[in-house]
Write a protein that binds this ligand. Structure first.
Ligand SMILES: [Zn+2]
Length: 425
């Protein structure tokens, strides 16, 4: 019976192949026209579609070649990462690449990361934590940015502890804000925000001021889709070995109640001596955002990771960590400050964060220590944390080094840790 039907079908196709071919051609033509017309009216829809296909393809390839066994961190337990050589302050100015996690001059938690490449290329990611931090940040950055020009500034999201230092205070006729103190070539900012806070509006005014000074301003979504001249990858050195790459965050173009999930996420990539070193910065991205980040980007293993959301319990999830397997982790926070919670386990850096990161490394560094929040007392923990590659004759000789303004003691060996946290829980 089945044989007879297939015979009949074959005969039908043979007799009517011309009309079938015409039908198929018409369908394809209609499809192509629909895509073309949609592209002309709403290009975003088609770009999204193509990007989704591209991402699915990457994920497919990735899953095909790397099965899940490398997601299992058991047995590593964080202590196989060898200590990082200690550097010298004098070497940093001339380093080929340096990444600085800055102290902010107060008891508050906030982010500010300076990346310097070669002689005179700087990227500044965020400028927390309060307006008063602006002077601390400016005088630090001026030591490395000697021409007064920041090539790239990134504002990850609209929270005070990331943008307040951009705004700064009024000082006579001038403004102390980082955006007023330096010339900025390109500013890349969050695409979406919920807040309408005073500091957010002051930040918007600062960005308007930058535009009058010739700064090019893009948002993360424009960069990802490479619209209006924006790019998703910026080469930072003349040899083309170091690049700043924007990662795709679902919340660049989708609303959420969680401001943190709007964070602009970047991966710094450095090709050196035949290998690739990656450094990851995710702002205050939370669990949901990290899930999408892992799903939508082909994330590599990372030498260095800025502990997500100041070491919060709701970031640096197993899903993200199992992909990036960080060797070194820098946390920008005022350890133990009761700014957001009185529950000791959940003050930054949280016990939950330490439990998860400890599967990969014990090389965790923290900028600042809060000694008495109510009295506003704080001191340096590691202080300003600087990872750098010194200038070397040959690439093979180069190695990553660490210099901190206070000391290079890893978190689990500090007194604060011994009194407030446990290891390997
Ligand atoms: Zn934050």
């Amino acid at each position: 019976m089945a044989k007879r039907i297939s015979k009949k079908a074959k005969k039908y196709v043979k007799q009517n192949y011309k009309s079938i071919a015409t039908f198929l051609a018409v369908v394809i033509l209609i499809l192509a026209l629909t895509i073309l017309i949609t592209y002309l009216i709403k290009p975003q829809i088609i770009i999204n579609l193509f990007n989704a296909v591209e991402r699915e393809y990457y994920n497919y390839v990735k899953n095909y070649y790397y099965d899940s066994e490398d997601d299992d961190p058991s047995g590593i337990n964080g202590e196989t990462v060898s200590p990082i050589p200690e550097g010298e302050l004098a070497e940093i100015t001339g380093a080929d690449l340096s990444i600085h996690f800055l102290e902010l001059g107060n008891k508050y938690t906030g982010d500010c990361t300076l990346i310097k490449v070669g002689e005179n290329t700087e990227v500044l990611i965020d400028a927390g934590s309060r307006k008063s931090s602006a002077t601390t940040i400016t005088s630090y950055v001026q030591q490395y940015c000697t021409d007064g020009v920041l090539e790239y500034v990134i504002a990850t999201h609209a929270h005070q502890d990331h943008i307040a230092g951009f705004v700064g205070n009024n000082s006579g006729n001038s403004k102390t804000g980082v955006l007023y103190q330096f010339k900025v070539q390109t500013l890349i900012q969050f695409s979406l925000h919920n807040t309408n806070s005073v500091i957010y509006n002051e930040y918007v005014s600062a960005v308007e001021y930058l535009k009058t000074q010739g700064t090019t301003v893009y948002d993360a979504k424009e960069c990802w889709y490479e619209q209006n001249g924006a790019k998703k990858s910026y080469v930072l050195d003349e040899a083309g070995n170091i690049s700043l790459n924007l990662l795709y965050n679902y919340y660049y173009e989708n609303q959420t109640d969680d401001e943190n999930d709007y964070s602009v996420c970047t991966l710094l990539t450095q090709k050196i001596g035949g290998v690739e070193n990656n450094y990851l910065f995710t702002g205050d991205l939370e669990k949901k955002g990290e899930e999408y980040l892992v799903k939508n980007n082909n994330l590599p293993e990372c030498v260095l990771y800025k502990g997500g959301h100041h070491g919060s319990k709701t970031s640096s999830t197993d899903g993200l960590l199992s992909r990036i397997k960080p060797k070194y982790v820098a946390v920008c926070c005022c350890a133990g400050a009761t700014e957001y919670t009185d529950n000791n386990q959940n003050t930054f850096p949280t016990q939950a964060f330490i439990d998860r990161v400890s599967k990969y490394t014990d090389k965790i560094y923290v900028t600042t220590l809060c000694t008495d929040y109510d009295k506003g007392e704080y001191q340096s923990m590691n202080g300003n944390i600087v990872f750098y590659y010194g200038k070397k004759e040959s690439e093979d000789e180069a190695s990553l080094k660490l210099w901190c303004s206070n000391n290079t003691t890893i978190l689990k060996d500090t007194d604060w840790f011994k009194n407030n946290r446990t290891w390997g829980g």
